[in-house]
Design a protein around this ligand. Sequence first.
Ligand code: NAD
Length: 275
Amino acid sequence: MRGLAGKTAVVTGAGSGIGRASALRFAEEGANVVVADVAEETGRETVDLIEDAGGDATFVAVDVSDRASVQRMVDVAVDSYGSLDFAHNNAGILTGFAGTTDITEEQWDRLVDVNLKGVWTCMKAELPVMEEQGGGAIVNTTSEAGLVGMGGLSSYSASKHGVVGLTKSVALEYAGKDVRVNAIAPGPTKTNIQSSFLGAGGSSVLGRARRAVRLIRMVVRTMRAGFDTSAMRDVPMGRIADPEEMAGAVAFLCSSDASYITGHTIPIDGGQAAD
Ligand code: NAD
């Protein structure tokens, strides 16, 4: 990828899944990486993986719903590496299926605080630095649930639709300032969010079979409860994604090969959005 080497990237939720793959990919492309996560142990593991591969990374403990800790994350990037060129605002949470009237106010607030407000708190701290240094690129993680409704996941879907609108609006505000803002909308991806949702089981044939059975049971339960599951239909490509397939798109969107792309949300979903 052109234009990533020697630059500095911040990745939130970098202790696991898509964020970890993105942090590793930035490092592979020669960028310095600020690995930000609320989970310290796994965040430090990501740093170790990058350093073992010869890259440069720094861990910062952050809760993206807390503005002070987000500001600290950006300060660490600038203090450690002298700039903040790229940000992958990716941290997110997913709770299980629940009808809209069954969601508690506390659950709603936490989910929206992390998934939507968390993306805003990050951009609020990142944008002034990028503007002052004359440019940058931001990629936010939304979801296929940010593009279509999902019965039983209304708070998650609302938070992720919010990320799409936020991405478009901020892209317009900063289009003349050489700061590009895009989003990725992953389809089902092999990460902890998926296994916490469907249950763990490992990558053996038996583990995969157990997960498939759980998925079918979950869909049946959800349909019985009267929710629309059309958005959960089979992936046309016939498999769920690896986190590295999200990381490739993040690296591309930050690279100079994407220099005229801003305000877009790219579905990375094995064809689901086309179906
Ligand atoms: P994951 O659970 O493997 O990783 C999420 C990471 O975010 C974890 O390391 C966690 O500690 C961190 N995190 C959670 N809350 C945080 C907070 N308040 N502040 C900082 N860090 C926090 O899950 P993932 O699948 O890699 O999720 C990454 C993003 O991708 C999320 O925004 C998720 O909604 C989105 N997404 C995932 C899928 C999927 O199928 N895996 C599909 C669509 C969208």
